[in-house]
Design a protein around this ligand. Structure first.
Ligand SMILES: [Zn+2]
Length: 194
């Protein structure tokens, strides 16, 4: 039997009796990160990176959650489990499961470019890797983030010079913090001083 299988409610490790990002309510859920397509309501226990605990509570209400630091292993029915940086959003983690020397890793959402906000993606050696591939098609080609943020700051500075208010619509968890982090602080200051 594989360490992780695809079951009716999601990816399931029968030995540990835990699901990973289940899409239906289960007693024990390992959660890669707090985005709603990975962390749904109704689970008995949420086990996740420690930074995801308050985010999950804010999004889902009262929940029973256990948080762990990156790399801190714990045992679940003899299966060794740990969370590793995925570089996606604060608290995002790949989940590593090990049993009798066999190692599986479930990536969750991840990005390989360090955004300076979440700890950078860490390759985790394993025998089996279950990967997300949201933007894997060759049609998706992203510019380096520095280029994108330079464009955003130039656009904003141009608008400010023209007396035009700039409004950006971004997703609340991850994107918003990333944009805020790279907004030109000199321009923020000059707008405040005005
Ligand atoms: Zn996500």
């Amino acid at each position: 039997m594989p360490l992780i299988e695809l079951a009716k409610k999601g990816l399931y490790c029968a030995l540990a009796d835990v699901y990973i990002d289940p899409w239906q309510a289960v007693p024990n859920a390992l959660i890669t990160h707090a985005h709603s397509d990975h962390a749904r309501g109704g689970n008995g226990l949420y086990i996740c990176h420690e930074h995801s605990v308050p985010i999950l509570a804010a999004r889902l209400g009262k929940i029973n959650a256990q948080g762990y630091a990156y790399g801190k292993a714990f045992s679940c029915n003899g299966v060794k489990i740990s969370f590793h940086p995925a570089g996606h959003v604060p608290g995002s983690a790949q989940i590593r499961l090990e049993h009798k020397g066999e190692i599986w890793v479930v990536s969750g959402d991840y990005k390989t470019e360090d955004d300076g906000l979440s700890p950078a993606f860490e390759p985790v050696p394993c025998h089996s890797f279950i990967t997300e591939s949201t933007f894997a098609l060759p049609v998706f080609r992203w510019k380096p983030q520095a280029e994108v943020f330079n464009e955003i700051n130039a656009w904003w500075a141009g608008n400010a010079a023209d007396g035009v208010v700039s409004v950006m619509m971004v997703y609340s968890l991850g994107k918003a913090q990333r944009i805020l982090q790279y907004l030109d602080p000199g321009l923020v200051l000059s707008l405040f001083i005005r």
